[in-house]
Design a protein around this ligand. Structure first.
Ligand code: HEM
Length: 147
């Protein structure tokens, strides 16, 4: 994966991160209104900076060669507790990539798109699997028989 490309394209949106995050949530809620209730009690101003800050941390961690997997798995377990399910991940992925395209314009090349698609798939794969394991671990045997 071309991490330098991730970093460069991310740096482009950092100066506009508030507008970026706002555009992202607007796009997500328009495309997939079923995600709105998940954020019912969320302070959206704080949430907007968390999403971007986390993406930045993950990218920086990968660049340094840190093992970012345990913290991504933790994030996945917390998301399972927010009610986020595997099917929601592609929805956020689409909204995120389309927002990148909107902000990067001619800098959104096929290569940049491919790299972000790969990075998002990798991150969310760990999140989804850790989230599913967590739900199974905290469910009663009876609840697990129903899923
Ligand atoms: C790469 C993928 C994602 C990243 C990096 C990310 C990042 C974050 C971060 C940093 C928080 C703050 C709370 C915490 O750290 O636990 C958060 C909360 C949350 N995220 Fe995500 N997220 C991702 C995917 C998703 C998806 C797919 C959904 C589903 C629609 C989602 C819905 C939520 C909700 C509902 C909260 C809780 C807000 C609250 O505190 O009320 N996230 N996310």
């Amino acid at each position: 994966m071309d991490v330098a490309l991730l970093q460069q394209s991310f740096a482009e949106v950092v100066p506009q991160q508030e507008a970026f995050a706002e555009a992202f949530y607007q796009r997500l809620f328009t495309l997939y209104p079923q995600t709105i209730p998940l954020f019912a009690t969320t302070n959206m101003k704080r949430q907007q900076s968390s999403l971007m800050a986390t993406l930045e941390l993950v990218v920086a961690g990968v660049v340094r060669g840190d093992d970012v997997v345990p913290s991504i798995e933790q994030l996945g377990r917390r998301h399972a507790m927010y009610g986020v399910k595997a099917e929601h991940y592609p929805m956020v992925g689409q909204a995120l990539l389309e927002t990148f395209e909107q902000f990067l314009r001619d800098k959104w090349t096929a290569q940049v798109e491919a790299t972000w698609t790969e990075a998002y798939a990798m991150i969310t794969d760990y999140m989804k699997r850790a989230g599913e394991r967590h739900i199974i671990a905290i469910n009663t045997p009876e609840e697990n028989r129903r899923v």
